[in-house]
Ligand binder design. Structure first.
Ligand SMILES: NC(=O)c1ccc[n+]([C@@H]2O[C@H](COP(=O)([O-])OP(=O)(O)OC[C@H]3O[C@@H](n4cnc5c(N)ncnc54)[C@H](OP(=O)(O)O)[C@@H]3O)[C@@H](O)[C@H]2O)c1
Length: 198
């Protein structure tokens, strides 16, 4: 199940709505899967951890800082609903996704940086110090495909191998895509504070 309110700040602003969709929506799906003796693959998030350490394993105790993360948290909401239903499930906790979106789909961080650098003469303001482990969407798809055949219920952490700041990630994208050679790319402005509630 991928459906969710994924705008983390909207979850802060409308926690009841976020709970209804992200937690109770999942409960309904888990119930339906159970009724049909199916298997649920649920996409959860690294936002269930507080990020103070990094490189978390599935045995680490979650400590979400945002409403979005809290709703996905075991023992409280999202993941717990799956356990309560006793449905066969793989919980796939993943990190920042990147790749080429299909037409009509919203940008991810990578495609946003790429498209903005190409189409507009603007400087991208990118947060420094926020470390993530971005995973290529094709790699995540392969993991999920593999989970499909996994017999037991299990939690998986699916993230890229490299822990990297958002700033370094964008710089890497520019280098790899040779955008740093384009005359219109004014590159990147480093910022240290992001005006985001979540
Ligand atoms: N993207 C990431 O970096 C990332 C990282 C970790 C975890 N995740 C998780 O991965 C999953 C997919 O994320 P995504 O990036 O693909 O998000 P997305 O592009 O925002 O897609 C979410 C989808 O959920 C649908 N949806 C929202 N409310 C719904 C409702 N009440 N009923 C039915 N469908 C509803 C949306 O439909 P509409 O477009 O019609 O609103 C949209 O198609 C989410 O569970 C998210 O928490 C994503």
């Amino acid at each position: 199940m991928t459906a969710a309110i994924t705008n983390v700040d909207a979850c802060e602003d409308y926690p009841d709505r976020a709970n209804l969709i992200n937690a109770f929506g999942l409960k309904n799906v888990a119930h339906a899967v159970k009724q049909n003796d199916g298997k649920l693959i649920y996409i959860s998030t690294d936002f269930i951890f507080d990020g103070s350490r990094g490189n978390y394993s599935k045995t680490d105790t979650p400590n979400p800082l945002s409403i979005y993360g809290k709703i996905k948290l075991p023992k409280l909401q999202g993941e717990q609903f799956i356990l309560d239903e006793g449905v066969r499930a793989c919980i796939c906790r993943t990190s920042v996704l990147y790749g080429w979106p299909d037409a009509g789909q919203r940008d991810n961080f990578f495609s946003w940086a790429y498209n903005n650098s190409l189409s507009e003469r603007k400087i991208l303001s990118i947060i420094d110090g926020q470390i993530t482990t971005p995973i290529l969407i094709d790699d995540l798809a392969e993991c999920i495909y593999w989970m499909r055949d996994f017999k037991n219920s299990e939690i998986f952490h699916t993230a890229g191998l490299e822990a990297i700041t958002r700033l370094a990630f964008v710089q890497k994208i520019f280098t790899e895509m040779k955008l740093d050679l384009l005359p219109n790319v004014e590159k990147v402005e480093r910022i240290t504070f992001l005006k985001q509630k979540a």
